[in-house]
Design a protein around this ligand. Sequence first.
Ligand SMILES: Cc1ncc(COP(=O)(O)O)c(C=O)c1O
Length: 373
Amino acid sequence: MIALCEPCLDGNARQYLNDCLDSTFVSSVGPFVDRFEKEFAVAVGSPYAIACACGTAAIHLALIACGVGPGDLVLTSDFTFIATANPIRYQQAQAAFIDSETVSWNLDPKLLVQALDDLAREGRLPKAVLAVHILGQPADLGPIVAACERHGVPLIEDAAEALGAGYTADYPYASCAGKQVGTIGRIGCFSFNGNKIITTGGGGMMTTADPVLAKKLKHLSTQAKLPGLAFVHDEVGYNYRLTNLAAALGVAQLERLPEFIARKHRIAQRYRELCAKKGWEYHPVLPGTAPTCWLASALVGPRRDAILDTLTKAGIGARPLWMPVAHQVKFQGSRRWGGAVAERLAAEGLSLPCSAGITEAQLDQVITALEGC
Ligand SMILES: Cc1ncc(COP(=O)(O)O)c(C=O)c1O
């Protein structure tokens, strides 16, 4: 079996994990949590980084910190993994969905402008915009930042799939040029689930430039306990801490991030060449952005399911792209701007094996199988 996307766990992982075992600091206290937060902040260029239990928890706390509560509206991407949208419902708020643009597969800024203008006219502006950087490809965030600022709506970035991606110096919006994803909106959210570009087994990170917000996020993630030995809690908090064990793995993985990204680019290049020959559409790169090519994906046409079946039978791990979140049971009936692009991504999209550790011989095997499709 050639896996879709499995972690690469060599390097210093074993040594750092053994350090945790030897010290007995395996839980939510220990030096690796602080170290992971500091080194992560430096790696992405954010003043503050706060570790937490998973990417979903990061989004949940980001929404709370932006004041999202019962009955509020949050605008987000229709084409994404459901973990983007679920935390909106944890807060008993409503999600409304914006279609993708074809040039990046991310939230379409023109539709977002339309949605914000419609909602402003109706006197019902959203409490937050939650923009996703899908599959390692940065969204066209410049016009999204401008639209959010115009309406005074906070922007949260779901960068769960895009650690290390960013905007080049010639990206035409100064708000983003030269910056990495997750450092532009009020809060950035990352995931270290097992299939992500770096993993901690399960884990997440929140980034912000605001020291007050950073303190608030840490507080909320640690049961809202006030400092001191007495158990005094000044609001409803969460046990969303990352363990020292997980953080130790995170530190070791972060050391290898540039290597993983380089490998992902090489894999994407191989698939791009194949797609050009087959007339398929590989995930496009928006000009002025530097993607990480996290999950290699392409639009392979209406015979997608037959291709997927062929690959599965050949022991090759592939899977379809997500259906629009607006079609998921608990989100049906949500307000939606556009939808045709997300429908096509769901119908024709295929993700292909792209572990950082995949060998050239395995890639050859996948490409030969695809050539025969
Ligand atoms: C776009 C997106 N958002 C959020 C998440 C949630 O992250 P986690 O699985 O760490 O909770 C994921 C990944 O799983 C994701 O792909």
